[in-house]
Design a protein around this ligand. Structure first.
Ligand code: ATP
Ligand code: MG
Length: 212
């Protein structure tokens, strides 16, 4: 049986990477094979592209260049990591996916929805996530969390507040297009509280997980 595909989305510092790790541990406790992965990245070629995308000056790449690079990386990630895992029945939990391109390059950067839809249909096709959690919180507080981490992956963080407001709204608008798949979660909570909110959504979608 094909595995389940879950993606985490949201702005900078919303707690995606923290909650991905917690959910993966919880699913593994139940005996599932779970592949934890991320974008941009998640495979050899895609991780090399990540380095180009997330470091350096904000103006290094235009939104259209970013879109094409994101989808080049995503094609490699799907081919080498995601599709083989789903095919053998593993769960895949991915830290960002296509909805980040829609929010950052689309809503934030002005690339048209029609263009992203078209390329997404060719690259991702039927392998769309089964469930997408959008971690939502005020932009400034999220950026503060992200900056406190002190890594060098701050190219997108360094874009203006306006940009981050647009992408926050972009995620919310996208979620409204498919309430079955998307869940917007208030991420302005403690790590364990947010983890419980997420687990409630997961067990709502897959009730068999609840008892274990
Ligand atoms: N609910 C929370 N409350 C307070 N701090 C948090 C919470 N969740 C995560 N953090 C801390 O905030 C920082 C950012 O968290 P994390 O890396 O999980 O966010 P992210 O959404 O993956 O960020 P990015 O978009 O930059 O990848 C980390 O230092 C993390 O420990
Ligand atoms: Mg992260």
């Amino acid at each position: 049986m094909r595995g389940q595909f879950i993606t985490f989305e949201g702005g900078e510092g919303a707690g995606k990477s923290t909650q991905v790790k917690a959910l993966v541990a919880r699913l593994r406790d139940q005996g599932f094979e779970v592949v934890q992965t991320r974008e941009p990245g998640g495979s050899g070629g895609a991780e090399a592209l990540r380095e180009l995308l997330v470091t350096g000056e904000a103006g290094r790449w235009s939104p259209i260049s970013e879109t094409l690079m994101m989808y080049a990386a995503r094609a490699n990630h799907l081919e080498q990591t995601i599709r083989p895992a789903l095919k053998r029945g593993a769960w895949v939990v991915c830290d960002r996916f296509s909805d980040s391109t829609r929010a950052y390059q689309g809503a934030g950067g002005g690339v048209s929805t029609a263009f992203i839809d078209h390329i997404d249909q060719s690259v991702v096709g039927k392998d769309q996530p089964d469930l997408t959690l959008i971690l939502d919180m005020p932009v400034e507080a999220g950026l503060k969390r992200a900056l406190s981490r002190g890594d060098n992956e701050n190219r997108f963080e360094s874009k203006g507040l306006d940009f981050h407001q647009r992408l926050r709204q972009g995620f919310i608008d996208r979620a409204a297009t498919d309430p079955q798949r998307y869940h917007v979660v208030n991420a302005d909570k403690t790590i364990p509280e947010l983890g419980e909110d997420i687990w409630r959504i997961i067990t709502g979608r897959w009730p068999a997980l609840k008892g274990a």
